[in-house]
Design a protein around this ligand. Structure first.
Ligand SMILES: NC(=O)c1ccc[n+]([C@@H]2O[C@H](COP(=O)([O-])OP(=O)(O)OC[C@H]3O[C@@H](n4cnc5c(N)ncnc54)[C@H](O)[C@@H]3O)[C@@H](O)[C@H]2O)c1
Length: 340
């Protein structure tokens, strides 16, 4: 049995607890949130212990892994405490909020013996696994460019919330684009330079709103155009399209991938048929979406901690995504192209 603890019982703490409740050999041992009522509510739901401090949580007997779902600016503190306790660590993305924390964590965790995994959930989705296979097969020919459209039109955050404070969350640039920047790194390799413009959650706007337009150039010549928004109206979308000399691949909100060949013929690919989602166990109390990347992520994490080999992005992938996000912010602040 793999025993988990969760620090941060908000949206993602609850989501991970629900997914883990459906995974064989996973057990939630304890929960800590700075708001005691949140610790208690989540702990009660999954028969875990509500703790009144991080130290108390980390001292629970036979703990295997700490899941960190605190706000981004508080990740580093929890990561360092888990390292002291020599625990396996799963940390939500983005790795942290500052370059200084990122450098420190990369140096400390480069050869960390227990596991360090980061929550790049899209790497666990059937459609992304299939997309990676298509890209690696070379069937698109030489890769040329990629567009990412990640617009969110139901943004409800209000002034005073950490998710509306650019210094705490990094806005759409660091928070939303972290996943797709990671996918670009996974698909295209090493970035060469970055340019970005952003509202950076401008506090002078009537209500918190954000927008980022950015270009990342990769060493292999691929030009990536990444856009993300937090808006209170308009359209929402999640789309990534990759063009090569011999075809185009479109990954959008559904499970069907669109693959165009050189003649413009369209083939729809059922990624879930080729990478079937894992089966949920019947033991849980929550209805989880077994087809979601979150569930496969929880399964992969538990399997890896049980000694099986599973693909889990770690500290280097977390750092590489954050490095680009922070460079986008520097570019938006200075107007400069940031070279790596
Ligand atoms: N993988 C994804 O798709 C995804 C989606 C949403 C959020 N996230 C990431 O997950 C993290 C958490 O986001 P969320 O939406 O759950 O936020 P949230 O605000 O809903 O939850 C954070 C919780 O942490 C608690 N908290 C704050 N400081 C703490 C501290 N020092 N110690 C203990 N508890 C503390 C808060 O009281 C709150 O309950 C963020 O880094 C966010 O970027 C990832």
């Amino acid at each position: 049995m793999i025993r988990y603890a969760i620090v941060g019982a908000g949206r993602m703490g609850n989501a991970h607890a629900g997914n883990l409740s459906q995974v064989e050999n996973a057990q939630l041992a304890g929960v800590y949130d700075i708001l005691p009522e949140r610790s208690q509510e989540l702990a009660q739901k999954f028969a875990a212990q509500a703790c009144s401090s991080l130290d108390e949580l980390l001292a629970l007997p036979n703990l295997d892994c700490l899941i960190i779902t605190t706000p981004t600016y508080a990740h580093a503190e929890a990561i360092l405490a888990a390292q002291q306790a020599k625990l396996n660590i799963f940390c939500e993305k983005p790795l942290c909020r500052s370059q200084a924390d990122a450098e420190r964590l990369l140096a400390l965790f480069d050869d960390y013996e227990p596991l360090f995994a980061v929550g790049f959930v899209r790497r666990h989705m059937s459609k992304t696994l299939k997309a990676k296979q298509i890209i690696d097969s070379g069937s698109l020919g030489r890769l040329l460019y990629c567009n990412v459209d990640l617009s969110h039109s139901r943004y409800k955050r209000m002034p005073g919330e950490w998710f509306a404070d650019f210094e705490l969350c990094g806005g759409a640039t660091l928070d939303m684009l972290a996943h797709h920047v990671d996918l670009c790194n996974w698909f295209f390799g090493r970035p060469r330079n970055v340019f970005a413009s952003s509202l950076m959650l401008d506090p002078k706007l009537p209500l918190p709103t954000d927008y980022v337009a950015s270009v990342v150039n990769y060493d292999n010549g691929v030009i990536c155009n990444l856009m993300s928004s937090w808006q209170r109206f308009g359209r929402s979308n999640e789309m990534m399209e990759i063009y090569g000399e011999k075809g185009a691949l479109i990954i959008d909100g559904g499970e069907l991938l669109s693959l165009y060949d050189e003649q413009g013929n369209l083939q729809k690919i059922d990624a879930a048929a080729e990478f079937p989602p894992p089966k949920a166990s019947a033991k849980g109390v929550d209805n989880v979406n077994a087809a979601s990347g979150f569930f496969r992520q929880s399964q992969n994490l538990t399997a890896a901690l049980s000694g099986q080999s599973r693909p889990l992005p770690g500290i280097q992938e977390a750092y590489d995504s954050l490095k680009i996000g922070l460079a986008m912010i520097e570019s938006a602040k200075t107007g400069n192209v940031i070279k790596f």
